[in-house]
Unconditional design. Structure first.
Lengths: 233, 233
């Protein structure tokens, strides 16, 4: 973690601890520099990161203010699968259905930018929130990037493992979603009825160098899931 | 529009015209500076804006690359209601059901940060894509910011009017969504059956100075709508 990323985390904690509300003003640059004993450029980079993450907004000539329309229990569509972080007050567990090495489908190969005879890890699991089904997830990982996975890893947060275990830097994601009706198989995994509503989310996750490493297809239990997006327009 | 915003638009056109693909590298800074006859800092600000908008990604020490997993007909969850821009190949029309000045609901007052006896514009309309129902939309506008609306304005893009007509700067939005089943009224407006799936989206739009000006509640026709989000993680 770079210094400005660390300062960004500290600032987020500061906002949390001081129970700052939407529109509250942060201390001025000078004060933040002395409080964290860092340079002006580090504070500025930290604030830019927090702006991208939707934690603060800047008003030219007026200061930096807190953004805080977050609601409890909502899943961020802008974080890396995000559950562990945005749902941290809730108990998230996973049941692994399939973990194997296989050749990608055409669709997966296209999205991961690999050949049809390259190897991918295929993971299928059901995720639970407080013991209730949250989603059914199918993921394809480029095996030349994500070189190793096992059942224990994928029972927990795969993204924690990727960043901390494999030391990779996750950069950005493209996410596509639509609403539809559950088919029989999905309904059974989620404990709902076929024909019930679903949110279907497809994501392509990239490293900071632009390489796609994970193509995932997630079907959410509509009763358990709600989402938020914080956008700069 | 500021100079760097203009350059950002030009760069986006450049990517479009040159049919650049995901991962294609942009010309180096020097070249962009001479091509658009602007300073280094203007190019850098333009590129930062494009990064925020999910158009490019930067790899430290290596260059700037095109991000382009966009799919045709998907609505961006990160643009200002976005239809006109992201669905520009499609014909979007609106049928106004209600336009009046009233007192806000408790929920609207809270989200717009106004008092219960302040005036708001209330707009209810159905939006159509290529003649098919796209969504049912209810919006509350803070009347002290959005001082005037009429039927003609709200039959078109309200956001165009807000930026170009009223000269206001739209800054950021907080959006909350979940999936549910349509009730009788929603189903009738959308031409679907009660009990069919819906995507329900609540947004609070803010000016660049942080003031919320629009609280909107949108129910999408699941058959017609699909969405994308491009996130920096």
């Amino acid at each position: 973690m770079l210094k400005y990323e660390h300062i960004a985390d500290e600032l987020e904690n500061y906002i949390e601890e001081h129970k700052m509300q939407q529109g509250d003003k942060l201390p001025v640059l000078q004060e933040l520099m002395s409080q964290f004993s860092v340079s002006k450029s580090t504070v500025i980079k930290a604030l830019e990161l927090l702006e991208k993450k939707g934690v603060v907004f800047q008003v030219r000539g007026s200061g930096i203010f807190v953004r805080r329309h977050k609601r409890k229990g909502y899943i961020s569509l802008l974080s890396n699968q995000g559950f562990k972080k945005t749902l941290e007050e809730f108990q998230i567990t996973s049941k692994v259905i399939v973990l194997d090495v296989r050749k990608p489908t055409k669709e997966a190969a296209l999205n991961l930018n690999v050949n049809l005879d390259d190897d991918v890890f295929y993971v299928k699991r059901v995720r639970f929130i407080q013991g209730q089904t949250l989603c059914l997830e199918e993921s394809y990982f480029n095996k030349s990037i994500i070189t190793y996975l096992n059942n224990e890893i994928i029972s927990e947060s795969i993204f924690n493992y990727i960043t901390e275990g494999l030391g990779l830097n996750i950069g950005f994601a493209d996410t596509f979603l639509h609403v539809d009706k559950l088919n029989e198989e999905e309904a059974e995994y989620l404990g709902l009825e076929a024909g019930d509503p679903k949110l279907y989310v497809e994501s392509i996750f990239h490293l900071t160098n632009g390489q796609p490493f994970d193509f995932s297809k997630v079907t959410y239990n509509y009763v358990q899931s709600q989402f938020f997006v914080q956008a700069i327009l």
